[in-house]
Design a protein around this ligand. Structure first.
Ligand SMILES: [Zn+2]
Length: 444
């Protein structure tokens, strides 16, 4: 199937600026003579003796020009065959010819940009040149046109369908070669010769691919940003470097077991598996994870129906001297900048309230706490069950203390001569009772 013989003109044809003749041929605005000179359709007579060839495939062209102007004047291949890219190739070659025949073109404005910063160096202006070099071959590069004025050399790229690739941009930057790109992609292919000349020299969009002044302005911006970042860094080192060193040393310091009665309370309540969880940043506490975590549950779950926030829990831990001295000044005072600095400077650094929050989230997942929108509560079925277990254990402990008094009295009597058997009921009432007797400590 010949894709160049569509039955009807499609929308796509109009969008791309390509028109097809009644015979299905692509309408071409430019032909090329035997010497390589490009002619617009307006410059030749109608008919087959144009002496022009297709700029793409070199096939002879016929000029279709109608006095009645029913269709726009155009070239067509003398054969039925029409190459699809001929209009683009013709325009590209014509643009190069225009630059060679003229001595001034509009250069884009010079604007240095870096992130939010912008530096307007120079507005767009007409650049006059006295030398033009076509077909210049540079190492790894073949610019469309090179124009010169004195020592200044400017590469000009013409984009009709192909724009400058990243690799070529890199080479231009590397060699610091001034270069612009003129964008003819939106120019109508069948516009008049004058319109095309104007587009090439002035009206078509154009941009710098590389410009030394723009590059050095952007380099200055980057250097300035780097200097500012270094100054901020130095100030942070001065403000918080000492604290970071203290915190790093504190994380490496020893951890005590602490008061084991907190953990025993968890055993009495039957929730010992909820504690002793390793948490990143937990090195901020003087005691091991089992102890500080048990203390939180004991204080805010077993002893009251907690209505709390992680921040309040952390403050309580600080008041009770659970925090190592370096962490007693809450890092939140320094704001997010300080936290960022400490996180970068101290491996595994986390503010204590973050550590507490993670632990409390774990308790919420296990149903011991309920996380509300702003506050946390321990009015949950799991917490209720733990409180009951713990209260029963406390009652049993008090009874055991009373019985112990009786036993001591009996033993004293025995020493005085009589032998009495210990009441066996005291030893057979379950495992928890025996743990109580082993530890001999009060639950909570
Ligand atoms: Zn052709």
């Amino acid at each position: 199937m010949n894709e160049f013989h569509p039955a009807k003109r499609s929308n796509a044809d109009c969008i791309s600026g390509i028109r097809r003749s009644k015979r299905g041929q692509i309408k071409i605005s430019y032909g090329e003579d035997g010497a390589g000179r490009i002619f617009h359709i307006s410059e030749v007579d109608s008919g087959s003796n144009t002496g022009c060839f297709c700029p793409e495939c070199k096939a002879p062209l016929i000029a279709y020009k109608s006095k009645r102007k029913l269709t726009r004047d155009h070239f067509g291949h003398r054969t039925d065959y029409a190459c699809a890219t001929a209009p683009e190739t013709g325009l590209h070659k014509f643009a190069k010819q225009v630059l060679c025949e003229n001595r001034a073109l509009l250069l884009p404005p010079q604007i240095g940009r870096h992130e939010e910063a912008t530096n307007y160096i120079r507005d767009a202006y007409m650049f006059s040149y006295d030398i033009v070099a076509d077909e210049v071959i540079m190492p790894n590069m073949k610019p469309d046109i090179v124009v010169k004025r004195g020592q200044y050399e400017l590469l000009v790229e013409i984009a009709v369908t192909h724009f400058c690739e990243e690799a070529k941009l890199d080479r231009l930057r590397e060699r610091r070669l001034s270069a612009i790109e003129i964008d003819l992609s939106k120019v109508l292919r069948d516009a008049s010769r004058e319109e095309h000349v104007d587009a090439v020299l002035k009206s078509a969009p154009r941009q710098w691919l590389f410009n030394k002044r723009v590059a050095s302005a952007e380099e200055q911006f980057r250097q300035l940003a780097l200097d500012q970042a270094n100054a901020v860094r130095a100030q942070h080192d001065k403000d918080w470097g000492g604290l970071a060193a203290d915190l790093a040393a504190a994380y490496g310091g020893d951890v005590e077991v602490g008061d084991t009665s907190w953990f025993q309370a968890m055993e009495y309540a039957g929730i010992e598996e909820y504690v002793a969880k390793p948490i990143i940043g937990g090195g901020c506490f003087i005691v091991c994870a089992a102890t500080w975590q048990s203390a939180i549950i004991h204080r805010f779950v077993l002893r009251c129906y907690g209505d709390i926030t992680p921040w309040e829990v952390t403050e309580w831990l600080a008041e009770e001297n659970f925090l190592k001295p370096a962490f007693r000044l809450p890092p939140v005072q320094g704001g997010t900048e300080m936290k960022k600095y400490l996180k970068a400077a101290v491996p595994d650094f986390r503010p204590p309230e973050d550590v507490v929050t993670e632990f409390m989230l774990g308790l919420a997942r296990q149903g011991l706490l309920y996380k509300g929108r702003t506050r946390w509560s321990s009015r949950t079925p799991n917490a209720e069950k733990a409180r009951n277990e713990w209260n029963q254990a406390k009652t049993a402990w008090r009874r055991w203390q009373e019985i112990k008094v009786v036993l001591v009295a009996i033993q004293k009597d025995a020493k005085r001569g009589s032998t009495v058997r210990k009441p066996c009921a005291l030893r057979t009432n379950g495992e928890r009772r025996s743990r109580l007797s082993n530890s001999g400590r009060k639950p909570g």
